[in-house]
Every structure is written in structure tokens, then in C-alpha cells.
Write a protein of this length. Structure first.
Length: 198
């Protein structure tokens, strides 16, 4: 552990993930704060850090830490921002600043697909009306068919009308298969899956 944390930016992803997985499996979480302090220097293992933090810290304890991280110069890779955002369970409410951060990420046309997906999934669970509103705001500014698909499915899961979702998906031929699947299911109850991020 000491060797890995001495130069975390140079420690291999395999070694760091191995150490964090063993910490979780054996419930030896006493070094989690050391990993939290070094997290900004190891974005390459943000996915493993997220699972460690979820196991080691009380719900809500990392919300301010996360918001400070995403506002810092260290948060240059949106993949790591998205992965660390997964530490917050979708089934438990969070404070308003974190909800606002994810709503703003949805509304920003430049948000990467990994962060957009996490933000959509989490916000739909925490605040469906705000997720629906954010998707409406974002759709016209988004040019990627993949992002539009995420927004459409999120909006549907947050209670948007079938007519709107159908119109959104018809915008791009790349989303024809998704629209056909929804039509075949009769737009049955759709939920943004918990499996994605939990």
C-alpha cells in the first residue's frame, strides 16, 4: 500500500485495482482515506476508487469531496469524473448541490457520453422532474445520436411523453433500432437501469 500510494500516478492500474478489490473483499478499509487523498493523482483507476469509496464511507460523506474534485484542475478527464460519480447510490437521495451538478452536466452539450450517462441515470432516480427538464433543455443543443438516445431514454424513464420521445429518437437514423424496440414493447415501463452504475 505504501509503495502504491507513494507515487499513485505511476502505479499500475492492475496493482491499484488489485489492492482496492482486496481491501473491499476483506473489509480492510482503514486505508481508504489515504486513497481518497491520493485520488486526484490516479484518474486511471477512478472506477475502482468509486467502488472502494462506496464501501468505505457513509452515504453523503463524499459529496462535498466530489464537488471539490470536479471543480479542481485535477478533473481533466471526464471519464474519471463519471466513474467517481458512481460512488453515490441511485437509490438514496443526495443533497441539492450534487443534484444540480448532474443536472448541469446533462444540460451541457459538451459533456462526454460516460458522464452524461451517469448523470442521467442518477438524476432520474434522485429527481425525475428535474431530469426530464434537463433532458428537454439539452436535446436541441446535442448533436450526437448517442447522446440523443441517452437523453430520450432518460426522459422516458423520468416520465416524458411517448410522443416527445418518439420524435427525439426519429431525429437520427442511428436510433431507429431503439425506437423499433420501444414500439414493439408498446413503450412499456422503461427505467434507466440501476445496473449501469450500481
Amino acid at each position: 500500500m505504501d509503495h502504491l500510494l507513494e507515487h499513485p500516478e505511476k502505479s499500475s492500474r492492475t496493482s491499484l485495482k488489485f489492492a482496492m478489490q482486496r481491501m473491499r473483499e476483506h473489509k480492510h478499509l482503514y486505508r481508504a482515506r489515504d486513497f481518497s487523498s491520493a485520488a486526484k493523482r490516479m484518474p486511471h483507476v477512478a472506477d475502482a476508487l468509486s467502488r472502494l469509496f462506496k464501501a468505505a464511507f457513509r452515504h453523503g460523506e463524499r459529496q462535498d469531496w466530489y464537488l471539490e474534485y470536479v471543480a479542481s484542475p485535477w478533473a481533466t478527464h471526464e471519464w474519471s469524473v463519471a466513474q467517481l460519480g458512481r460512488m453515490f447510490p441511485s437509490g438514496r437521495p443526495v443533497r441539492k448541490p450534487l443534484r444540480e451538478y448532474f443536472a448541469n452536466a446533462i444540460r451541457d452539450a459538451n459533456t462526454s457520453l460516460p458522464l452524461l450517462s451517469v448523470a442521467c441515470q442518477r438524476l432520474t432516480s434522485w429527481d425525475a422532474p428535474e431530469a426530464r427538464s434537463a433532458c428537454r433543455d439539452a436535446f436541441s443543443r446535442t448533436s450526437s445520436p448517442h447522446a440523443r438516445r441517452v437523453l430520450a431514454l432518460t426522459a422516458l424513464g423520468a416520465g416524458e411523453t411517448r410522443t416527445v420521445v418518439r420524435r427525439w429518437l426519429k431525429t437520427d437514423p442511428e436510433n431507429d433500432a431503439t425506437l423499433s424496440m420501444l414500439e414493439a414493447e408498446g413503450f412499456g415501463s422503461i427505467r434507466v437501469t440501476k445496473n449501469f452504475a450500481d
